[in-house]
Design a protein around this ligand. Structure first.
Ligand code: AKB
Length: 315
């Protein structure tokens, strides 16, 4: 029987992925954890424990006691916050991953999932249709930690046969949790402002294209990768996955089609430089070939879905 531990379950991805894992494996097989004890209110359908991933003894105890067989390690400091607290971001992102990989090796866990990001790419990376393999040279602490993390994942797979799997997520857009310190998070916030009937000020320039993905596609990609037969998962660093690319101007237009009075202005800040160092769009041919990745949502379909559901969603 699989027993699944989700670390950092209270975040944007974790809130929805934990629900999907409970539907797939049975709620009693899933343990949601987060450093923020108040996240418990989101997890009335499964077991919840407050857990700081940096408390190695507590993580180990939980894994052993509950006979955990799979870990989804989602806790991380994202790009924008990482630039403000570089040493903390490095320490949290790297130490926690290494500890989970070490635990997986020692206890022979079945599988580990760890998210990477388009932040592994940098200013010298090809910007359009960025390929799976190319120059990276990330210039944010978050990106450097994700690139180093990818190397460690591959190392643990090659050296110790730890079955660790990973995706390089683009900006993830969901409406069930508030954004948490990323550069792409403007594209979440904009829907909240539109629904509240407020003006939106974008911290990125109107023409800044970034790769993005709607949360149901991100959940599907994650579960498809985790359910793929071991031998089909040929990339053990992290897979490129794409869905759509748009600029602040384009997402604004897609919302304005439903809310004609919605207004936007632009006041780029330090996050513009982060966005400028990332790709405009992603080539995910390798993920499509290896385990059949195919996204379902484009910008128009995502906007329609969010504007339909967000007004009725209770936080
Ligand atoms: C961020 O903006 O930091 C994240 C990411 C692209 O990984 N959403």
């Amino acid at each position: 029987m699989d027993k699944i531990l989700v670390i950092g379950a209270g975040g944007q991805l974790g809130s929805e992925l934990t629900q999907a894992l409970a539907s797939t494996y049975g709620a009693e097989q899933v343990i949601a954890t987060d450093i923020n004890a108040q996240a418990a209110s989101k997890f009335d359908f499964c077991q919840f424990r407050p857990l700081d991933v940096m408390d190695q003894r507590a993580v180990r105890e939980l894994v052993v006691q509950e006979k955990v067989s799979q870990i989804y390690h989602l806790a991380a400091v994202l790009s924008a916050v990482g630039e403000q607290k570089p040493l903390f971001a490095w320490q949290l992102n790297m130490d926690s991953l290494l500890y989970i990989l070490e635990l997986a090796r020692e206890l022979k866990l079945d599988k580990v999932y760890w998210p990477s990001s388009i932040a592994v790419f940098g200013p010298n990376t090809p910007k359009q249709q960025t390929p799976q393999y190319c120059v990276k040279e990330p210039n944010t602490v978050y990106g450097i930690s994700k690139q180093a993390g990818e190397r460690w994942c591959e190392y643990y797979f090659q050296k110790y046969q730890v079955d660790v799997r990973s995706l390089r997520y683009p900006g993830l857009i969901g409406y069930k949790a508030l954004p948490g310190g990323g550069t792409t998070d403007y594209a979440v916030d904009i829907y909240h402002k539109a629904i509240a009937g407020q003006h939106f000020e974008s911290f990125l320039r109107a023409d800044t294209a970034l790769p993005m993905m709607y949360m149901p596609d991100a959940i599907k990609a994650t579960l498809d990768l985790m359910h793929a037969p071991r031998e089909q998962v040929r990339v053990r660093s992290s897979y490129n996955v794409g869905a759509m690319s748009f600029t602040p101007e384009e997402i604004y237009a897609s919302i304005q089609a439903h809310h004609p009075d919605f207004t936007i202005s632009y006041a780029p800040d330090f996050r513009q430089a982060i966005a400028d160092s990332w790709p405009d769009s992603i080539d995910d041919t390798v993920a499509r070939r290896d385990w059949g990745w195919a996204p379902q949502y484009d910008l128009a379909a995502m906007t329609e879905d969010i504007l339909t559901h967000l007004p009725h969603f209770r936080f």
